[in-house]
Unconditional design. Structure first.
Length: 185
């Protein structure tokens, strides 16, 4: 028997019946197809490839179509206050005065002073707080009111050692502080 015949016989009787033989045959076929495709396509641009980025930004909206942002730019509605109740500014001012406290005030009195100006949820959160932990002593600049809706405003109060951010809500026209956040400078 000739060597070529024995090689072909070995290929069909043993090699192609094993997984390794089939995998090698598939690899040869794949590399053959890729090589043939490269030969047919001719020389390519070496700068082109997976890192080829567009020269301009890709837009999906016509530039003249107007604002497509998620954040509304319209002026928020003015806060609504029930007649005879404190405005958001007044409520925030009284709350800040109570939050800053006065020398020698007890924790019970301090919390009692803030209770009528706070939501029940905030009153519960402040239950274990101590006025000695308040990191500021006085308001240092003008208070800024940022209305979000008719019943929700954010008040920024600059203090001597940082900034106090209050969130006020008015579910029934009576403004109450619902959240207190301290930002130290």
């Amino acid at each position: 028997m000739s060597a070529v015949r024995r090689a072909i016989e070995f290929l069909f009787t043993r090699a192609l019946r094993s997984r390794l033989g089939v995998a090698l045959l598939l690899a040869v076929v794949v590399f053959g197809v890729i090589g043939a495709a490269r030969l047919v396509s001719g020389p390519g641009d070496p700068a082109a490839g997976l890192s080829n980025r567009p020269s301009r930004p890709i837009t999906t909206v016509a530039p003249t179509a107007g604002d497509d942002g998620l954040v509304a730019t319209a002026t928020p509605p003015a806060p609504v206050t029930r007649p005879g109740e404190l405005t958001p500014e007044q409520t925030a001012g009284k709350f800040v005065t109570a939050w800053l406290g006065r020398p020698g005030v007890s924790a019970e009195q301090w919390q009692s002073d803030m209770r009528p100006l706070s939501t029940p949820a905030l009153t519960e959160k402040l239950a274990g707080a101590d006025p000695a932990g308040v990191p500021a002593t006085r308001v240092s600049d003008e208070v800024t009111l940022q209305p979000r809706t008719e019943r929700f405003v954010e008040v920024l109060v600059p203090l001597d050692t940082g900034r106090l951010r209050l969130e006020l809500v008015a579910p029934e026209g009576r403004w109450l502080v619902d959240a207190v956040d301290w930002e130290q400078e």
